[in-house]
Design a protein around this ligand. Structure first.
Ligand SMILES: NC(=O)c1ccc[n+]([C@@H]2O[C@H](COP(=O)([O-])OP(=O)(O)OC[C@H]3O[C@@H](n4cnc5c(N)ncnc54)[C@H](O)[C@@H]3O)[C@@H](O)[C@H]2O)c1
Length: 397
């Protein structure tokens, strides 16, 4: 069948297998071009199919030669219905890894569940014995608590005040004002339950108890801090409350791993177009402006540059880039004062008419479509493709 993009708000409901494969290949080529680094050899990535988690898996495998186990929640193509981008990315990852003799195994299922944790532990025990790095890169809208069965939904709302903020309607391509009412206490708690650190901690505890964490094992979970422009909706909002929970929980996890020479760190990454971030109000406008300013400054980076840099400059570097809170920082180019000042100065000047001139909305849209394998150079989108693409060595839970 011929697969075309079908965009519904901040999601594209179709994905292109060939485009996704080329995207993965380009990321592999990027990390190889940086040369090998002395990193982890056995890696578990939770949230490994798209965005930052996929980049973490690619860099570990193709630049550090690691065997990888990936956990994700994706849907395969069936009949005339395309699968999700994360499915096709993972199929491509497995194919390229196998071609180079790199071990890869994946688990498709709910990472919050006990069943997926157990299955992952069984695979590690059977095939790798232990892992020396666990990357936690989940971004999920809801979580079923494994012990109580309670379902929590996360929200993206300010805390303590109504937020009126400019934003971009990406469908109609017009500037609009978003008015978002403050979150209730329950909404805050629910968002922390989904995107906070409890599940990360549960993973590390389960892995440790099962004896599959090697001596010296490290773990990292990703966060975003941002600057003034994004603070109301992000750092000081519901999602920020969840991210602050990571900062608390990491202390306990660090203590646990440090006892055997390991370490746990929250890593701060820059804002980018991913399936998770496009759902955040005002992010499309912020990102369009940020891309414009960072591209002009020559400091623009994507997921793979960020994460590959995080490994080399911090996670596997004797002199990591670390802030006073003990977080690893890969976001410093975004937060550079001149970059933020320019974005802030342009913020109120953007209109429907000058959108394409003042901002890099063109780049935003193209990055968004690329997430789903569309608009990728060299791909023939008129050609027939089979939406059913198998992932080798996949365990379905
Ligand atoms: N995108 C950004 O701008 C940005 C910036 C800084 C930090 N981060 C952080 O990076 C992390 C990853 O975000 P992303 O933007 O790469 O997101 P993403 O949407 O691209 O990836 C999310 C991953 O989680 C998996 N997933 C979701 N629900 C799952 C479930 N129930 N069980 C198993 N897997 C599940 C998906 O399959 C996918 O692999 C998040 O913690 C996010 O807050 C993102």
């Amino acid at each position: 069948m011929v697969i075309k993009p079908r965009v519904r708000g901040f999601i594209c409901v179709t994905a292109h297998p060939t485009g996704c494969e080329v995207n993965v290949k380009q990321q592999i080529d990027y990390v190889k071009a940086q040369g090998p680094f002395h990193g982890p050899k056995r890696v578990l990535v939770i949230g490994a199919s798209t965005g930052y988690g996929l980049a973490a898996r690619i860099s570990a495998a193709f630049a550090s030669g690691a065997a990888t186990v990936g956990v994700f929640l994706e849907r395969p193509g069936e009949g005339n219905k395309p699968g999700t981008a994360g499915w096709y990315n993972s199929a491509a990852f497995h194919k390229f890894a196998e071609a180079e003799g790199l071990y890869a195994s994946s688990v498709n299922g709910d990472a919050f569940s006990d069943a997926v944790k157990q299955q992952t532990i069984d695979i590690i025990k059977r095939d790798l014995g232990q892992v020396d790095l666990v990357v936690y890169s989940l971004a999920a809208p809801r979580r079923t608590h494994p012990k109580t069965g309670q379902v929590y939904n996360s929200t993206l709302k300010p805390i303590g005040k109504t937020l009126r903020q400019r934003g971009l309607d990406t469908d109609k391509e017009v500037i609009k004002e978003n008015v978002i009412e403050p979150a209730t206490e329950e909404e805050i708690a629910n968002t922390v339950a989904v995107m906070g650190g409890e599940d990360w901690q549960m993973w590390i505890e389960a892995l440790d108890q099962a004896g599959v964490l090697a001596d010296g094992a490290k773990t990292t979970a990703f966060t975003y801090l941002g600057e003034k422009i994004t603070h109301d909706i992000y750092w000081n909002g519901t999602i920020g409350a969840a991210k602050k929970d990571l900062d608390q929980r990491v202390l306990k996890i660090r203590e646990q791993l440090a006892a055997r020479g390991g370490d746990a760190r929250v890593a701060v990454l820059k804002a980018l177009v991913t399936q998770a971030s496009s759902a955040i109000p005002m992010m499309p406008l912020y990102l369009s402006l940020l891309f414009k300013v960072m591209k002009k400054a020559g400091t623009h980076e994507g997921c793979i540059e960020q994460v590959d840099g995080l490994y080399r400059d911090s996670l596997y570097n004797d002199h990591p880039i670390m802030d006073e809170e003990g977080r690893l920082r890969a976001d410093y180019k975004e937060l550079a004062p001149d970059i933020q000042a320019e974005v802030a100065a342009l913020w109120d000047q953007v209109t429907d008419e000058n959108l394409y001139e003042l901002t890099d909305f063109k780049g935003y849209k193209s990055d968004f479509l690329r997430l789903f394998g569309f608009g990728v150079e060299g791909v023939d989108y008129e050609a027939d493709v089979n939406p059913e693409v198998p992932i080798r060595n996949l365990t379905q839970v």
